[in-house]
Write a protein that binds this ligand. Structure first.
Ligand code: URA
Length: 211
């Protein structure tokens, strides 16, 4: 089966999921965006916001538009290079941060998506995504860990991963000075482009072994 077909099976299950209460209040499921067959990177955000909930696609609101600008500038194609998902697939009311229970309920879908794509790297966009994979002590902030390559394990498989700032944070921080969050975002995306998308040829196996 193609990865796309395997993902459609997971998406169908996700559509009817009632493991947590978010499914009852959402407008649309926000399962993913990007090209499952060509994506080398899985980018994980926090949760759908209002625009995402209305359109059924991740990162299409203001934060998503800013993310698009940074991606384009770095030469990373949202349509070809990325498979974009969130830690939870349904919008939390009032855009609140998803609870640990909601994230736990949704993690089977998140893990299945990663397992099917088998990306060369995972990009964790903001603290909620990072904390879904790594336990943070109180002193560890996004500013300290962003930009560093690390290894995250998903169901026993190790992936290269990098944390970047969430674009919502950059919407509130406009400075382009050396060392500013926006400059660091440019730096981090350039590193990801260089390390992961540098080689033009990638023998991606688009077949998926799931049934
Ligand atoms: N913020 C997120 O984390 N994800 C989205 O899809 C949109 C905004």
């Amino acid at each position: 089966m193609m990865k796309k077909e395997c993902l459609e099976i997971v998406e169908k299950k996700c559509q009817s999921c009632k493991s947590c209460a978010l499914g009852a209040t959402r407008t649309n499921l926000v399962f993913s965006d990007g090209n499952a067959e060509t994506a080398r990177i899985v980018l994980i955000g926090e949760a759908p916001g209002e625009t995402e909930d209305l359109e059924g696609r991740p990162f299409v609101g203001r934060a998503g538009q800013l993310l698009n600008e940074f991606l384009a500038e770095a030469g990373i194609s949202r349509e070809e290079d990325l498979y974009i998902i969130n830690t939870v697939k349904c919008r939390p009311p009032e855009n609140r941060v998803p609870t640990d229970l909601e994230k736990a309920c949704c993690s089977k879908f998140l893990k299945a998506q990663i397992d099917i794509i088998k990306p060369q790297a995972i990009v964790l966009c903001g603290a909620t995504a990072l904390k879904s994979f790594v336990e943070l002590d109180k002193k560890t902030t996004i500013s300290k860990v962003r930009g560093q390559w690390m290894t995250v394990s998903v169901d026993g498989v190790d992936y290269r991963a990098m944390t970047i700032f969430h674009p919502s944070y950059l919407l509130r921080n406009h400075s382009m000075e050396e060392g500013s969050p926006r400059r660091l975002m440019q730096q981090d995306l350039a590193e990801i482009k260089n390390q992961i998308l540098g080689d033009k040829v990638w023998s991606n196996n688009s077949q998926c072994a799931c049934v």
